[in-house]
Design a protein around this ligand. Structure first.
Ligand code: GLN
Length: 558
């Protein structure tokens, strides 16, 4: 660690709790603080503790919990881990997301193995010890200077009590190495024309009841916090006035690190932990990104076709990938969220003709499949740049089979058990699995790219690693027929030969990926496929858009 004045070289643990209301953005505050520490040359990781009983969010419906983010090691995790990776450009793993289900499972497994030597197993100390173990495991081996642990839920929730108790114990055991940041809301009452501190006071009181004194208050607010409001909060909540940090609504989440820097959140945290805060700070690449993001030269309109579009968190990583890639290409990407159930053969033209590119999203199950297939048909026939991800790629294969290869009843066996042409079929290793949780093909796998393909050109490499989350795959028995008709695999798994990417020859940009490129896009490393897709969309737009699209479609659909 750089310039530690306290206990030498000990990893510091920062806990981020939330009060007053959910959805205040603990994930973004945690990621922003981490970014500032990282910009000072510190090694930082962020962890999310989720108080629900599910082992992981892999089995949760996106309506419940937004997107499920997948790590390299195949963990299905909370979408906040996506923010952590996008902000820090550092990979996370299973150890970065722990749920109550996982904690209890591990304690119960130990109990069954007799490891508690006949003692009664209780929330305190056994569950709290397991929580502390999961936190401190990240600090082992000097891998990180800082471990930032975000505690899901709101202080006072019954289910988060063991976590707050674990924080209390760690504060007691390692006072020099631990710190608590409490995120609250300071609401504005327009009738009174005033910002109100009482909810924050109450929420800090609640934390105090559990024995935890926050060191820093981060206050979400729609209006500037005056000096007197800050003083009042400091006085009632026992924090220094400089540790009352305003977090005012921002136009983009990527502004939050800078807003936190202005408020000196990083400095306050370092000083409290006895770490030298005078060193230089390099936010250069971040500032470059923001500069480009805020000053686009052109705009492209992209349709995002999916079945969860009412809840934008369901496609969080895809939307953020467009932000990163858009900045890199110098364009504003205007996303049009289109519900796949609304697209039919008759209205596809009306809905999609103004789009410069069409992305068909990942998903599970049959709802909205027909609309996805119609959107793909439109993209293929009108030479609109197309990007299909996971289920989106599988739908592209079905569409091509039906309308180009001539297999009218082709389908995926996920959607239809009995089809004469199962062009998408269950993977061999998936057959016979009964458990739903954690049993998909998950995590990073290598993918060998075909020279000269759109994918190889975009990546500028011949082998890449991408993350997966699926049970079904392209049915290899149809490979030759597809190639004959103009759809070719351009990315395959080197050992098993599984098809990971398909492209259509003669189309300006038609790429389907079985993996999820969106999980690997970060602010500082935008994803090559998203960049290439946006470039293709821009290209088509400047060529004159749909009106001048060539007759290439005849080759593709002959
Ligand atoms: N449902 C498909 C499968 O399991 C696609 C999954 C996805 O889009 N993530 O193969």
């Amino acid at each position: 660690m750089h310039g530690t004045t306290g206990q030498a070289n000990a990893t510091k643990y920062i806990f981020v709790t939330g009060g007053v209301s959910s959805s205040l953005g603990k994930g973004i505050i945690s990621a922003s603080l981490a970014k500032l520490l990282q910009a000072r040359g510190m090694k930082v990781t962020i962890q999310k503790l989720d108080p629900y009983i599910n082992i992981d969010p892999g089995t949760l419906n996106p309506y419940e919990h937004g997107e499920c983010f997948v790590t390299d090691d195949g963990a299905e995790t909370d979408l906040d881990l996506g923010h952590y990776e996008r902000f820090l450009d550092v990979r996370t793993s299973q150890a970065n997301n722990i749920t109550t289900g996982r904690i209890y499972q591990s304690v119960i497994d130990k109990e069954r193995r007799g490891e508690y030597l006949g003692r009664t197993v209780q929330v305190i100390p056994h569950i709290t010890d397991e929580i502390k173990r999961c936190v401190q495991i990240l600090g082992e081996g000097d891998r990180y200077d800082f471990v930032i642990t975000e505690i899901g839920g709101t202080v006072g929730d019954i289910e988060s009590l063991p976590y707050i108790e674990a924080v209390r114990q760690m504060r007691w055991e390692r006072p020099q190495d631990t710190l608590v940041v409490h995120l609250t809301l300071v609401p504005y009452l327009s009738a009174a024309g005033e910002l109100k501190t009482k909810p924050t006071q109450h929420s800090v009181k609640q934390l105090l009841e559990f024995g935890v004194q926050p060191d820093v208050l981060v206050c979400r607010t729609e209006h500037e916090l005056s000096k007197s409001i800050r003083n009042k909060l400091a006085r009632f909540c026992n924090v220094n006035v400089e540790a009352v940090i305003q977090s005012i609504d921002a136009s983009t989440i990527y502004d939050v690190p800078l807003l936190m820097q202005e408020e000196r959140l990083d400095e306050v945290v370092l000083n409290k932990l006895g770490v030298d805060s005078t060193g230089p700070m390099d936010l250069g690449p971040w500032m470059n990104f923001l500069q480009k993001h805020k000053n686009p030269e052109q705009r492209v309109d992209i349709a995002l076709v999916g079945k969860y579009v009412e809840l934008k968190d369901s496609y969080k990583s895809i939307a953020e990938s467009f932000t990163h890639a858009g900045a890199a290409v110098g364009v504003q990407v205007k996303l049009h969220w289109i519900h796949s159930e609304q697209i039919h053969a008759e209205n596809a033209q009306d809905i999609l003709s103004d789009m410069d590119g069409i992305l068909v999203a990942p998903g599970f199950g049959s709802r909205g499949i027909d609309g996805k297939i119609e959107a793909i048909r439109y993209a293929r026939e009108h030479n609109t740049p197309f990007f299909g991800i996971c289920l989106g790629m599988q739908c592209a294969v079905i569409e091509f089979a039906r309308n180009v290869v001539g297999l009218r009843e082709a389908h995926s066996t996920e959607i239809k058990d009995y089809t004469p042409d199962p062009v998408i079929d269950l993977m061999e290793e998936q057959k016979g699995l009964a458990d739903m949780g954690g049993t998909m093909r998950l995590g990073a796998y290598p993918c060998a790219l075909t020279e000269g393909s759109l994918a190889a050109t975009a990546y500028g490499m011949d082998t890449v690693e991408e993350r997966h989350r699926h049970r079904y795959e392209f049915n290899d028995a149809y490979r030759d027929r597809f190639i004959e008709h103009g759809m070719r695999p351009t990315g395959t798994h080197p050992d098993s030969n599984l098809v990971e990417i398909v492209e259509i020859t003669g189309h300006p940009w038609f790429v389907g990926a079985q993996f999820h490129p969106e999980y690997k896009s970060t602010v500082e490393t935008p994803h090559p496929l998203f960049k290439a897709f946006i470039e293709a969309a821009l290209n088509e737009k400047t060529k004159g858009g749909v009106t001048q699209k060539s007759a290439d479609q005849d080759t593709a659909s002959a």
